[in-house]
Design a protein around this ligand. Sequence first.
Ligand SMILES: Cc1cc2nc3c(=O)[nH]c(=O)nc-3n(C[C@H](O)[C@H](O)[C@H](O)COP(=O)(O)O)c2cc1C
Length: 354
Amino acid sequence: MQPDAGFFLGPHHLAPLRPGMPVLALAPMAGVGNWVFRLICARLGARVVGVEFINCRVISEKSRRTDRLLDFSDAAIYDDTGLSLLAAQIYGNDIGLIAAGAAEMEHRGAHIVDINFGCSVPQILRKGCGAAYLKDLDLLFRAVKETVDAVTVPVMVKTRIGWDADSINILEVVQRVEDAGAKAIAIHARTVVQKYKGKADWDWIARAKERASIPLFGNGDICCYEDAIAMTRHTSCDGVMIGRAAMANPWIFSGRNGATMSERLELASEQLRLMGRYKGDRVGVLETRKHLALYFKELSRDSERRRELLTTSSLSDILEFLDRWRTDEAGNGEEADLALSAADADHLAWGGTS
Ligand SMILES: Cc1cc2nc3c(=O)[nH]c(=O)nc-3n(C[C@H](O)[C@H](O)[C@H](O)COP(=O)(O)O)c2cc1C
């Protein structure tokens, strides 16, 4: 198949937004990948959108938190429009519960179930979850196989290149997950020990791609759209998965490194409104602030606007504030550069889990 023709992920055909673009996916991110942000990224061009990871033990709990995590309301929109595919991510140390949880995710509308074998947070590793599976590939194989057997939707996995520099085993992992029936793999090109330090080693993505017969998403250190092109050229990966840069610039999925002031103000208002619906006004505003700070990063630290943007806690007040700002800025069509800086990348990685 020609690169522009895209590829199949199970029964789903994934094509780039426009000819010549890579197939871009929103990486799963805890505290970020809720339906509001997923929908925003899907509308801007993300062909797969990752849900924040969910512990297999939490899925059967009857709680508001579980209901929220499993709120895949955007999936129905993708069904109707073909905009994107929803990839729900599960992690845990009990293979039976992972398989059962995956079935529940399918029931809730997930188009893909993604198993997390990449999380490097010590508390998670200690419990034998996430990247701990990289130390026991028989167990990893069984987790994938039992999950594949439990669902009808395609299963993918997301992982790292190995535990440490002396035990890089991604090539074997690719083989094992394929044998177990996974339909795609996403690789964050760092070791577990590295967490977010150093550079992602895209050479390992290239080597894995040479061996893989399932579609492969490369991941790690995409700061701007050109990085996604560069990763595709360097590795021949089928798709590029973008995490932190998307938090700062969801327009990256349209192949843009920024947006005009009126586009940013409009998106901010919409995101706040939808987050209010999802989490309630107060928490919705609070949880959107990390994006707002990045969308309007040109505001100087001591500016009155920045203060108001990041401290107003009432939804109606902040929407009014954005409206006033929009009126002041009418006619300013300049596109701001929202590419992720090294400092922002480090800062955002602090809470990153995989
Ligand atoms: C705030 C945050 C939360 C994350 N949560 C998850 C997660 O739930 N599951 C997962 O597989 N990876 C998670 N990650 C890792 C990202 O999916 C991605 O692999 C990593 O950030 C590297 O990609 P990037 O350089 O494009 O950010 C998280 C990262 C961040 C920054």
